[in-house]
Design a protein. Structure first.
Length: 102
């Protein structure tokens, strides 16, 4: 993290600062992968808890489990109050979730 803070840049920018930021992210991804025995392609960094929660919920929703018709999440640890449109990810399910139920 210290490298990222001392050399800021947008990893998507086609300049030296952007290339340095992209390298920093790739190196961090490799370090985390090595630490937990994963492939770097399996590591996703997010900008915050809401994005991470939504990514996990959408990932669970996209899994091919034909007997599942809902995903229930608890709002105890984080107040990500805006439900994401999970029915879009289930495809054939059109009912909208109630608060805290996906």
């Amino acid at each position: 993290m210290l490298v990222a803070w001392t050399n800021p840049g947008n990893a998507g920018s086609p300049n030296l600062a952007g290339e340095r930021a992209a390298w920093t992210i790739a190196a961090g991804r490799q370090s985390v992968a090595n630490l937990i025995g994963a492939s770097p392609a399996e590591i996703t960094f997010t900008s915050g808890t809401t994005e991470a929660n939504n990514l996990a919920i959408v990932g669970a929703a996209r899994r091919d489990e034909p007997n599942r018709n809902r995903i229930i999440v608890a709002w105890i640890q984080h107040l990500a109050r805006e439900p994401i449109p999970i029915p879009l990810f289930f495809g054939h399910r059109q009912e909208l979730p109630t608060a805290g139920e996906y």
